[in-house]
Design a protein around this ligand. Structure first.
Ligand SMILES: [Zn+2]
Length: 107
């Protein structure tokens, strides 16, 4: 091989150039490290978020209204319990619909 700085012919095993003293290992073609592949971009998952929001909205409506109706109408005497349950159901439905709409809107 030859010195990368001064061009003096050197033994392959030579570490420093006998002429100029430069380190010759560096001048030898050392395969550069192949740059690692880009980190895989974390895939955005808006769809799942949307899906989760929609599901939670539906669950809120179905489970919430069912539970509130059952519990309130059981615990509280007829006219009042059912009335209260309907009010709670209304609130739950509004919340659930908001969740669903949020899930649909986010794209
Ligand atoms: Zn040299």
């Amino acid at each position: 091989m030859f010195c990368g700085k001064c061009g003096t012919k050197l033994e392959d095993s030579t570490i420093f150039c006998t002429h100029c003293g430069v380190k010759t290992i560096g001048s030898k073609e050392i395969p550069k490290e192949i740059p690692k592949e880009r980190k895989q971009e974390v895939p955005a998952i808006p769809k799942e978020r949307n899906f989760g929001s929609i599901v939670s909205g539906v669950l809120t409506i179905i489970l919430g209204t069912t539970a509130s109706t059952l519990v309130l109408s059981t615990l509280i005497p007829f006219p009042y319990g059912l009335t209260l349950a309907l009010i709670v159901d209304g609130v739950l439905i509004v919340c659930g619909v908001k969740l669903i709409l949020r899930g649909i809107k986010k794209k």
